[in-house]
Design a binder for this molecule. Sequence first.
Ligand code: ATP
Length: 372
Amino acid sequence: MSHPAHESETAAAAPPLRATALPPTTDPVLQARGLTKHFPVGGMRSKSVVHAVDGIDLSLRGGQVIALVGESGSGKSTVARLLARLYPQTGGEVLLHDAPVTALRGRAFRAYCHRVQMIFQDPFASLNPAKSVRYTLTRSLRIHQPKLRGAKLEAALYALLERVQLQPERYVDKFPHELSGGQRQRVAIARALAADPEVLLADEPISMLDVSIRIGILNLLQDLRDRLGIAILYITHDIASARYFADETHVMYAGRIVESGDSESVTQQPAHPYTQLLVRSAPDPEHMGGNVTQGRGAEPPNMVRPPTGCRFNPRCPFATDICREQVPVLAELADGHRVACWGYADAEQAAAAGTDLSALPVLGENKVEVTS
Ligand SMILES: Nc1ncnc2c1ncn2[C@@H]1O[C@H](COP(=O)(O)OP(=O)(O)OP(=O)(O)O)[C@@H](O)[C@H]1O
């Protein structure tokens, strides 16, 4: 049996798949507006639901990476699956180039899949172990570009492998068991690229890989963003990798986005007490991918009966009555840096909520950082 080649042996030139790269765009390619998913639980007679995602807004532009960060169970994968149309939403909408997307099957769904592709966490499970790289990629090319035949199909196959920095002659006839984890993830990415997509939804694409090769996969995705102008949604529990890789970071807690903005601001001046906790719990950026701790004495929230008001309030050392009673308003801290926390509300927002500034938690101007 041949052994997986070392990751460093895989580098190959990476010419653009398209003749010309798409320039970064200002108009959103893919948007979520008020996206909500409640999963029924407890059998047919039960009215209980898991509040997996509640009212998420996201806007992905071409040539942009957005990270969706949060601990396990916060709803990140559900957002990605809703955007991939793997199941219907309970509320809100998905828009592609401003047009609502409704199809979950049929021709319209297939057309959507050309534009929006998903990469999964586990490259070991996502490739058929009985099929060679050639078979897997050729099949995907045939599905998405049925007019390709003969030499043109072979050229497209080689271009795909080069695009993911695998030397075609060396890897085209390999089987998954002959590849390292990183090489398999590259093949999975190549399969997604066969559709020539505008958007990649990457659900924890490095979390199952050796620490030493994670950076290589993120660099590859960055290259796809830069050269092809692909929009990437990067799902991760690792806020350190979001800082390194993403243009914008959105922090999710218990089905809601609690903070968003450019990655540097969100990770270097975290405002929400939960983001502060994430940043403090993050591993050394040199060793991307550590698990987020739950915080001191903290319980993950019950998603069937989530806490009222701010869902983080049972874990928040600053919480006051208003945090337990009312969903926080969105406060704009700086250009595009937003936080859903009563500690940053202004007098007008406090008055609209029927209270005054003295009833709000002491954050914002008097910010105290969470240290556990
Ligand atoms: N098909 C389903 N049926 C019922 N509940 C579900 C289903 N899928 C997800 N959930 C629940 O929805 C919540 C959000 O799950 P989700 O997988 O989106 O979180 P996540 O942030 O991606 O977590 P992880 O990092 O562990 O994948 C969890 O409470 C989960 O148990």
